[in-house]
Design a protein around this ligand. Sequence first.
Ligand code: ABT
Ligand code: MG
Length: 139
Amino acid sequence: MSGKITFTMIKPDAVADGHIGAILGKISEAGFKIKALKLTQLTVADAQKFYEVHAERPFYGELVEFMSSGPIVAAVLEKDNAVADFRTLIGATNPAEAEEGTIRKMFARSVGENAVHGSDSDENALIEANFHFSGREIF
Ligand code: ABT
Ligand code: MG
């Protein structure tokens, strides 16, 4: 059984490149409902915690620096099969390998600056949504 909720961030590269509106448009067109939404910025500590599963990876330092480098858009999205369908919509982690028409193919700069995040499981979607939003911010 797959859940109805996923969590996304429009990352600092895509915000800086002016793609917030276009990305939210693609998300809406794909049938996702917005349950929570805000422009915010991760502290270094927030980014370390959010990506702690990658703490031992060689790219962790750069990843944390990048993710805390500027504003992001955080959102909670609802759709049947939300986690898997959203990862299909955004495309492969490396935009060079992403399918035509996916958000990363269209808007990402590189594997390290790849425009959007999508939760990788129902359990993580809830953890990530609650990390970024209080109960009264989720509708
Ligand atoms: P996220 O949605 O950011 O979690 O990306 P995704 O799940 O598609 O890919 P993972 B493997 O979770 O990558 C996390 C972030 O690490 C960056 N990265 C990954 C690199 O910079 N170099 C690498 O070799 C790999 C494998 C990509 C992701 N984020 N950003 N920004
Ligand atoms: Mg991931």
